[in-house]
Ligand binder design. Structure first.
Ligand SMILES: [Zn+2]
Length: 316
């Protein structure tokens, strides 16, 4: 299994091994990436690494795969490694409560526990909030691993408390690298690699006059937002509504803005982002709400204006 993770996700597997060897395992991981990028495999592999009873692991950073712990985890039968999956469409607060109760009963303080939450974006708001308390006041050694195909669907307050691992989709990654080799600017290449299925499609988008114009307009909007310039409010009616006319186009505008925010995520290691952690979390929350309202048929202009109003009035 280890080889598979290393092949699928060389960067992530090295990061995980380093955090294990340096004994700097966070309380919460977020594994974000498309279907088939190895998120569940990596969660199982890392749980094995934590519980493996073979001491070679402190040198190799590999679970042995043969000890009792490794085998029970592979079969999803280890009592200290729990899995949460959506029941129906959502992960509900009752599921979180049950989990907490079972931990309290089994005497948490001394033992390592791992919780793997699949499709974590399907947690209801109350389930997320209940789980946040776990992260904020971790009792005992608990590691929560959130898995998601839809990172923007995870509450920003959870995202900001997690160490985030991006599981690369090889096709998307190759496309991104190819575009960057062609001197396409980083942020545009990032957007194209998510929107286009292949290089041809990416080239078509780049030469599409409407797309180029639309992309520049959203980029300029984001620049205004970063400067907390109130012109970004007027800009919606003056510019955006004239360029983004139908529902599909408007959806694209919100997607591009979301990618741009995502590229500026503040991390603990670097202070490169223009946003403080609090500001970024707030912005992402509002942006998620804006997208939800837009999907529920509130008008594009309305959701954008509300977004700016609420962002600027509570930013400091
Ligand atoms: Zn083992």
């Amino acid at each position: 299994m280890a080889n598979k993770i290393q092949t699928l996700q060389p960067v992530v597997s090295r990061q995980l091994q380093q955090s294990f060897l340096k004994k700097r395992v966070a309380h919460a991981f977020l594994f974000a990436g498309d279907q088939g990028t190895g998120k569940s495999l990596a969660a199982i592999w890392f749980a094995q690494l934590l519980f493996c009873s073979n001491s070679d692991k402190y040198e190799t950073a590999e679970p042995c795969q043969v000890c009792h712990n490794c085998q029970r985890i592979a079969q999803k039968e280890h009592p200290d490694v729990q899995y949460l999956v959506p029941t129906g469409q959502t992960i509900k607060v009752d599921q979180i409560r049950e989990l907490k109760d079972s931990f309290i009963k089994s005497g948490v303080e001394t033992r390592q526990k791992v919780i793997v939450i699949e499709d974590a974006d399907k947690m209801t708001r109350s389930a997320s909030n209940s789980l946040l308390k776990f992260i904020e006041e971790p009792f005992g050694q608990i590691l929560i691993i959130f898995l998601t195909k839809n990172q923007p669907g995870i509450l920003p307050t959870i995202q900001s408390r997690c160490q985030i691992f991006h599981f690369i989709n090889l096709a998307e990654d190759n496309l991104l690298a190819t575009l960057q080799n062609e001197q396409v600017p980083v942020s545009l290449a990032g957007v194209l690699s998510k929107l286009a299925q292949n290089l041809d499609e990416a080239h078509q988008l780049m030469t599409d006059d409407w797309f180029s114009h639309a992309y520049e307009e959203v980029t300029h909007w984001y620049e205004l937002i970063k400067q907390q310039d109130w012109y970004s409010f007027i800009y919606i009616q003056q510019k955006l509504t004239k360029t983004f006319k139908d529902k599909e186009q408007q959806k694209l505008a919100l997607q591009v803005l979301t990618y741009q925010f995502q590229q500026d995520i503040p991390t603990k290691e670097t202070n490169l982002s223009i946003w403080s952690e609090k500001q970024w979390v707030r912005a992402m929350e509002l942006l998620t709400e804006a997208s939800q309202k837009f999907q529920a048929n509130v008008s594009f202009q309305n959701v954008c204006e509300q977004f700016i109003l609420r962002l600027f009035t509570k930013l400091d």
